[in-house]
Design a protein around this ligand. Sequence first.
Ligand code: FAD
Length: 303
Amino acid sequence: PFDVLVVGGGPAGASAAIYAARKGIRTGIVAERFGGQILDTLGIENFIGVKYTEGPKLAASLEEHVKEYNVDIMNLQRAKRLEKKDDFIEVELESGAVLKSKTVILSTGARWRNIGVPGESEFKTKGVAYCPHCDGPLFAGKDVAVIGGGNSGVEAAIDLAGIVNHVTVLEFMPELKADTVLQERLYSLPNVTVIKNAQTKEITGTDKVNGITYIDRETGEEKHIELAGVFVQIGLVPNTEWLEGTVERNRIGEIMIDKRGATNIPGVFAAGDCTDSPYKQIIISMGSGATAALSAFDYLIRN
Ligand code: FAD
């Protein structure tokens, strides 16, 4: 059996595997797609100490770094079940294989919810964005829209309003769902327009985004706004469905951890975007991966 089995091969999982392997303990990592979300990321400018890099390049160097150590890498394998036994934890893969480990670090990440309208996938990284902390500065001085009037949408709009020329918030429902204090802050900003009852129909463009078309759900009228960027903010979904009924998760499916990365199951730790950590970023995921690995090691020497 493994001493530490990491499930998920993004920044959190890679960091956890390296920290564990450096303790000289038997470490394995299972990943559906080694690299994770950064494989879909173009420019990265906020990975501190590296002025600029690109997602696929960072993913390749994560893999290279992990391979420097004695880590058993099981790529293109999806975990489907976790079970705590008396002396170890079992993780079953889609392939039918069952892995045993004394500790497990869950780092299965998350995915942005898509709106699924024409133009969204076509213009990804060409004006369609999901992360204001990452891509906001690319739209400095330009006009953008934020789709979604929940907390993350309204926070994104407030953040972007300080960088871009103008922000239009499109909310499908007749009211914004964000907390009152956020709404008050939003409405106090001079360069923000809020449009409610707006059903996004299409993100338009040629080689990059040039506008958005929506239907006014009250009148049925179709409207078009010219802009350079669209931030989709309708939710980040953690990849934790397979843990249903085992590891404790919050209302939105995020794994609940303490400051050491421990879950409710002894020996099971979690890190990165699949947890209830308030901010989802590469550098934060790597930090929590390191925390989880050190906690797993601590658990091993005490048990
Ligand atoms: P992920 O990167 O999501 O990795 C999860 C891993 O788990 C993957 O290997 C996946 O295949 C695997 N997995 C999932 N389910 C299973 C399963 N059941 N069994 C086995 N393996 C599984 N952050 C920044 O800091 N700066 C940026 O500029 C930036 N830009 C971004 C741009 C885009 C388009 C996106 C989508 C995200 C961006 N982010 C950025 C966010 C950043 O990518 C994430 O915070 C980070 O990748 C999270 O790391 P993670 O390891 O927790 O999860």
